[in-house]
Ligand binder design. Sequence first.
Ligand SMILES: [Fe+2]
Length: 161
Amino acid sequence: MNAKVADLLAAQVNKEFYSAYLYLGISKYFSQNDLPGFASWYRAQAAEEQEHALKIYDYLLDNDQDVPLTAIEEASPKFKTILDAVKEADKHEHYITEEINKIYDAAVSEKDYRTQLFLNWFITEQVEEERNSRDMITKVQMLGDKPKNLYLLDKDLSARK
Ligand SMILES: [Fe+2]
């Protein structure tokens, strides 16, 4: 595998683990603000990000590449409002989309066909991730300012496994 593509993929393993950390930070904010449904939704999201990291990790090992397990940046997000917290997740997903696209660009210019195929899954996944984070902003904007509605939304979010 091309060294540049391998380096970008290895860096993405770290970024996906950081995503898990960030989502755990968001989940913690909701736990500490008595919204267990939101907390469990973001905790499930954190678990999904770890799976993303391991998917890339496995792909690198399958291709006989090393994966340096570099330090994961601290995530201690602070939010003033619920809307701030869900917007942070949305911002982060757009950043991740850009990073995936950069790896794809490198795979195209290096004629790395297998990595292009591998990244298809992530490109599709980002459509769903952006959609979910955008929907969450809409829900909070529509329902978040009335305690009763917020309570019902929180209950609704607790349904995610
Ligand atoms: Fe991810």
